[in-house]
Ligand binder design. Structure first.
Ligand SMILES: Cc1cc2nc3c(=O)[nH]c(=O)nc-3n(C[C@H](O)[C@H](O)[C@H](O)COP(=O)(O)OP(=O)(O)OC[C@H]3O[C@@H](n4cnc5c(N)ncnc54)[C@H](O)[C@@H]3O)c2cc1C
Length: 457
């Protein structure tokens, strides 16, 4: 059938002018906006939700990782490789009881040696506070729908919210939409990726007897990740808990059929299994409205069925009920923007360093199957944040790095935040000197990042 069209004539008011416009307030976007504003750029952050954090507060509770994989190698020393804004966010959260800080894994240290858990309700408030202090203008409940371009340079975007359709002009735009929306609208090259882990739906359950559950799992030898420690109550000390549910006969067929794993989870409060990450859908094109809708419905059924089965078959869940599901499904992969450099898995596992690196990173989500050599770390090049051909634009977060194997490292929260800090700082430097990201002096960017706490050695 031939596509039916209507033609609209639009006259769109320019509502805002700014130096740096950050589109998307997930992990990459919040760090980018903070970095840009602190480097003296008049900064606006556009976000479609009424809160910031994106996937982090919608299903990625444990932050991977500020550290190298020191527990997997006998002679490797522990090194914190990411500091700067990501570390500052954790310290602010700790001050509000919103994080236990970095915790060593008692079991599973060859997957992530030290993980960082947060309470995302406290995160939502603390991050607003940090934005306000830095002077970022947050424009929430607002969808980015188009871009303004002069030849191949992006000079702003079109937004839609309750006030209607409006324009924002900016000297530099940063695409932190996760889906590469700005870059795609601007005509940048991209590939669509789906793969085996495209979307998931973690959930939380209250009234779980965490101690009874853990004791039963220990007896059955099913635990693969564990942290026991003080979480402020005497009768429950289980914090991180991952186990091989598929080995329980009642679950094998259901989990296999649905491509589920784990679950990998954590408990932030007494008898609350805050985060249970197992539901998974492969090959979802989350940049397609119908496919996204269908995935949302399927994953919600999957998560609720799993919760019912846990209650029915697993000791500790007898009185449990689902008390949290994310506002929407979590998406790992959609569009990957064609950038000046595309990090390769070989460079990640070999711990490759780059002349233009803007942070270091030491985690891979497939560990111990895929690990960085000797528990080391690699450099993340600035060019990997600069879209090819389109000017006035930077990208950061899960919309860069085109192969699944490499993306399984770069897409993790701590990397996304570090990418955001680099992109936000670069954008502010460009705005100040009327430059474009492609021509920025990387040495000056690196010096600025170092002065602001980023580890580059
Ligand atoms: C189920 C699941 C579990 C995960 N578990 C972990 C984990 O345990 N540890 C870990 O480190 N990582 C985990 N990850 C990966 C990690 O959470 C993400 O890759 C990372 O947070 C992505 O951050 P981002 O800022 O690039 O994108 P996102 O978090 O997707 O943020 C993009 C933001 O842009 C906004 N946006 C998008 N389009 C528009 C638009 N057109 N207009 C306005 N706003 C828009 C969105 O609302 C969102 O806030 C997980 C991911 C998933 C899906």
């Amino acid at each position: 059938m031939e596509q039916d069209y209507i033609v609209e004539r639009l006259q769109t008011p320019v509502r805002y002018n700014c130096d740096v416009l950050v589109c998307g307030g997930g992990t990459a976007g919040v760090a980018a906006a903070l970095a840009a504003a602190r480097n003296h750029a008049d900064t606006i952050l556009i976000e479609r939700n009424g809160y910031l954090g994106g996937s982090l507060v919608n299903g990625a509770g444990p932050l991977h990782s500020f550290f190298n994989l020191y527990k997997a190698f006998e002679h490797t020393e522990k090194k914190q490789v990411v500091e700067g804004i990501p570390q500052e966010i954790i310290e602010r959260l700790m001050g509000e009881n919103g994080s236990f800080g970095h915790m060593e894994q008692d079991k599973g240290g060859n997957y992530d040696s030290a993980i960082t858990l947060i309470d995302w309700e406290i995160f939502k408030d603390v991050i607003f506070e940090m934005m306000e202090e830095a002077g970022v203008k947050m424009v929430l409940h607002t969808e980015l729908v188009s871009v303004i371009k002069e030849e191949d340079r992006v000079t702003g975007v079109i937004i839609e919210g309750k006030s209607g359709r409006e324009a924002v002009r900016a000297k530099v735009v940063i695409d932190t939409t996760g889906d590469g929306d700005v870059a795609a609208l601007a005509g940048a090259g991209f590939v669509k990726r789906q793969d085996t882990t495209s979307a998931g739906m973690p959930f939380g359950m209250a009234d779980v007897d965490m101690k009874r559950l853990t004791a039963w799992l220990k007896e059955k030898n099913l635990i693969n990740q564990l942290i026991e420690g003080n979480k402020g109550c005497e009768d429950d000390n289980v914090i991180r808990l991952g186990f091989e549910l598929k080995k329980v006969p009642e679950f094998t067929e259901f989990m296999d059929q649905n491509g589920m794993w784990g679950p990998l989870g954590f408990s932030y409060h007494r008898n609350n299994f805050t985060y249970i990450n197992a539901a998974n859908l492969k090959n979802v094109d989350a940049a397609d409205t119908e496919a996204l809708s269908k995935a949302e419905i399927t994953l919600r059924h999957q998560a609720m069925t799993l919760a019912k089965m846990l209650k029915q078959y697993i000791p500790g869940f007898e009185h449990a009920y689902v008390n949290w599901t994310p506002a929407k499904i979590g998406v790992r992969l959609t569009r990957i923007i064609d950038c000046e450099y595309d990090l390769k898995i070989e460079e990640i596992v070999n711990g490759t360093r780059f002349e233009d690196e803007v942070f270091l990173y030491g985690f891979h989500d497939c560990a111990p199957r895929i690990m960085i050599k000797d528990g080391g770390f690699y450099g993340f090049p600035y060019r990997a944040l600069v879209p090819k051909r389109i000017d006035g634009l930077l990208a950061a977060g899960r919309c860069v790095t085109s192969t699944w194997e490499a993306h399984m490292s770069t897409r993790n929260t701590v990397s996304c935040m570090a990418q955001g800090q680099a992109a936000g700082t670069a954008a502010a430097l460009c705005a100040a000197e009327e430059n474009i990201p492609r021509s920025l002096n990387v040495k000056i960017l690196q010096e600025t990042l170092k002065q602001q706490g980023v580890i580059l050695e």
